[in-house]
Design a protein around this ligand. Structure first.
Ligand SMILES: C[S@@+](CC[C@H](N)C(=O)[O-])C[C@H]1O[C@@H](n2cnc3c(N)ncnc32)[C@H](O)[C@@H]1O
Length: 311
């Protein structure tokens, strides 16, 4: 896929109906030869639309108006390039706990959770957030996570978590204002509810910080798993991570995780893990696949806002 196609696709499949500003901006960049030429000077892993848009936001640039974005990016390219090379997309979206919950709640309790690709670890607190699946509410404390759920009854309980740990190449710290500023810049412009949710979830995490280890999800997972307490069901999970991992390493990860005791939950784009057959997704928008121990169960929207269980 060319860079122009990547930006056009991001607008059409990820931003459309979710962020009108980013939809407009990504289509404009896909037709902007000057900006595309700059982006092309970056390594392939640094060219993603949400990385560029997040860095421009972090530096105080405009993302609502494509012409102003163009001028700002050209004028400040050296600073933007330095940030792009130093940073990665580490969006930490606690809303994704809403699509993990039906599976987590159905496992033998209590749970010992390991999240690989944890970013700041905000998805490690599924037991501390409140949920709204249509009229069905669960929990009264923490940020409220809304999820339109179809195909199954909503979960009746939150999981009991006795241990939580995260692994990331670059763990972020919710008590560090610079890290929170980057997490905030990664949130799409119109999504004030997600900004409020980030701050509420960060408060939950800061009150009882998880064990966050710097490391690779293939090389360092077994040692972290060995630290999980006996007597709890070990659950290794990841959401929106494997698209950042090269294919041979994804296969190596699947082998490592399958050799561990307990369960494996993946919430990832449909093309990053091999699945035999998947039903048609509910519409053109980007959907992830939720899978338990390699068995696909549901389509999920990127920020946890909807979930459609397979029939
Ligand atoms: C898009 S973020 C998703 C964070 C979190 N899972 C969520 O859903 O909110 C992807 C994270 O995966 C991490 N990551 C990418 N490759 C990794 C690897 N090989 N080992 C560990 N973490 C990795 C990145 O550093 C980043 O923090």
């Amino acid at each position: 896929m060319t860079i122009a196609e990547t930006y056009a696709r991001f607008g059409a499949r990820e931003a459309r109906g979710v962020s009108p500003g980013y939809e407009r901006l990504s289509h404009a960049v896909s037709r902007d030869d000057e900006l595309l030429a700059l982006v092309e000077t970056l390594p392939p892993g640094k060219r993603q639309p949400n990385l560029l848009f997040g860095v421009v936001r972090l530096l105080g640039g405009p993302v609502h108006d494509p012409a102003a974005f163009h001028d700002f990016t050209l004028a400040h390219w050296l600073a933007i390039e330095a940030e792009l090379r130093a940073r990665a997309v580490q969006t930490n979206e606690p809303g994704r706990c809403a699509v993990l919950l039906p599976v987590l709640a159905a496992l033998r309790q209590p749970l010992a959770l390991i999240e690989v690709g944890a970013s700041a670890g905000l998805c490690l607190y599924p037991d501390r957030y409140a949920y709204r699946y249509g009229d069905h509410r669960l929990g009264t404390d923490g940020p409220v996570l809304d999820c339109a759920l179809t195909g199954i009854a909503p979960p009746e309980r939150r999981p009991e978590v006795v241990w939580r740990a995260g692994l990331d190449l670059n763990p972020l710290d919710v008590t560090d204002p610079a890290d929170v500023a980057w997490l905030d810049a990664l949130i799409w412009p119109e999504h004030e509810h997600r900004r409020a949710r980030l701050r509420a979830a960060a408060a939950v995490a800061a009150a009882d910080p998880p064990l966050l280890s710097r490391g690779d999800l293939v090389d360092d997972l077994p040692a972290l798993a060995a630290r999980a307490p006996a007597g709890a069901t070990l659950v290794v999970f990841h959401t929106s991570v494997l698209y950042q991992v090269p294919a041979p390493r994804r296969a190596a990860f699947a082998e490592v995780v399958r050799a561990l005791p307990g369960h494996w939950i993946a919430n990832e784009a449909p093309d990053v893990l091999p699945h035999d057959a998947l039903p048609e997704p509910p519409g053109d928008a980007h959907h992830n696949v939720l899978a338990l121990d390699g068995t696909p169960l549901a389509w999920t929207r990127g920020h946890g806002q909807a979930m459609s269980w397979f029939g």
